[in-house]
Write a protein that binds this ligand. Sequence first.
Ligand SMILES: Cc1ncc(COP(=O)(O)O)c(C=O)c1O
Length: 469
Amino acid sequence: MTLPNDNRSPMGIAEHDKHSLIQKMREKLSHRQSPSPRASSFPAATPAEDVCDFRQFADVKKIQIHKAVARQWNIDSLYFLCHDGVAKDTTSFDGRVCLNFSTYDYLGLNGSPELNAAAMHALDHYGSSSSGSRPTSGERPPHRELERALADLHGAKDCVVFVSGHATNVWTIYQLFKKRDLVLYDSLSHNSIIQGAQISGAVRMPFPHNDLDALEAILAAERQHYRRTLLVTEGLFSMDGDIPDLPRLIELKKKYRCFLMVDEAHALGVLGGTGRGIAEHFGVDPGGVDIWMGTLSKTLCGCGGYVAGCAELVECLKYLAPGFLYSVGMSPPLAAVSREAIAMMLREPRRVRALQEISAYFLEYARGKGLNTGRAQGHAIFPIMVGGSIEAALLASRLFQKGVYVIPIIFPVVEERAARLRFFLSSSHTREQVRRALDLVARELPLVHEEASAMIETQHHDASLDDLE
Ligand SMILES: Cc1ncc(COP(=O)(O)O)c(C=O)c1O
C-alpha cells in the first residue's frame, strides 16, 4: 500500500523505484519516432491570444446568458442570498423576515444549544482542523464516535466519513467498480452518483425513475455480460420527494447477484419511526443493502458524507478511495456536531413525528387547494408543478417579495414542462406557516400564468417585428 508521506517524492514513490521509473521513461522516449516537443521549437505557431482568456470560455458565456435570463425573470435576487443568522422555519435577509422553505435542516437541529455545545467542546479540545489526511496525520475521537454512530444507525459493521457528500458518491463508485462492471442507476439520481459512475470506467446505464420492471428487464438482458453490477438509488428523491420500492430492489439484487447502494442524503431523519431512513420505513433488514451512503449536510447539520457497510468495504475506501486518502480529515467540531445530531434524533423522536405530521398536512392542504404536487408522497420534499420555467421563476419572485423564500427549479435542471417550486419542510414548520405559503401560491399562480403568457406574447411580437426589418 502506498500512503502519502512527506519523505517520499510528490508521486509517493520510494527513491529506488523513482530511478527505475526514470530509466524506463528515458527508454520509452528514445524509441519515439518523432522528436519530442521540447526538442523542436515549440510552439510551432503562436496560439491566438484568446486561448488564455477566461472570458472566451463557452461556460463563462453560458453563465452570462443564464444570469441575463434570471434578471429578466426577476429571480437573480434569489440566488447566493446572505442570511442574517441561523436559518430555521423562518430566516431573515437584511432584517427582512421570511418563511423559509429552502433548508435541509429536516429536524430543526441547526444552531441548537446541544449542537453548538458539541462543536465548542471539540473546538476547545482538538482545534478547528484535522490538519491533514487521517491515515497520515491521525484521527480525533469525534471521527471515531461519528463513524460508530452512523454504522449503528444503519445496522452496519463499520463506516467511513468523507469531507464532502458529493465526493463520497464520486470516489466510492470510482473505487469499487471498474471497466468490466456495470452501474445501473435511477434516471433521477443525484449528479454525484452519475459523476462517480462516469469516472469509474464501468459501463453505466440509467433505468427509468423508480420503474423496477424496467430495471429487471435490463438486468435480465445485460447482467450476464458483466463481472460486477451495482444498482444505485436514493432513499428519498430530492427533486420529487418520492421513494423507491426497497424490498423489491433487495430481491432484484439477490436474484441477479448485484451490489445495492442507497443514497440516504434526504431519507435520514425523514423516513422511519426514528428517522433511520428507508430500511426502517419499510421494516426491512438493512443488511440487504450493501452500501449505505448518506450526507452529513442535511439532518445531521454538518458537512460531509459517509459510507456504511461491511468491514471490508469500509477498509477498502479508507485505504484506497482518493477522496478520502488524499483529502483532509473532517474538521473535529463538524464531526462532533453530526454525532450529537444523531444522538438528538434518537433521543427526541417527536421531531421525526412532527416532520412526518407536517409533511402529511402539506400534501393534503396543497391537494385541497388544487395544486399539482407531482410525485410527492408526503416526505418533507414537495414540488409544486407550475407548467414551465417562466412561471416557476415569476412565482418564486412574487413569493419572495411577499415574504416566502422557496427556490424555483427550472430548465435545464429539470425538463421544461417539469419546472417547479421545491418546498423543503422541517419539523419546526407549523400548519399556519404551511397554509400561509400555500394560500399565497394558489392566489398568485393564476396571475403568474397571465404574466407569463403576456411575456411570451410580447417576445413573439418583437420577434415578428424583427422579421419585418
Ligand atoms: C441525493 C444526494 N446525494 C448527495 C448529495 C451531495 O451532498 P453534499 O451537498 O453534502 O455534498 C446531495 C446534495 O444535496 C444529494 O441530494
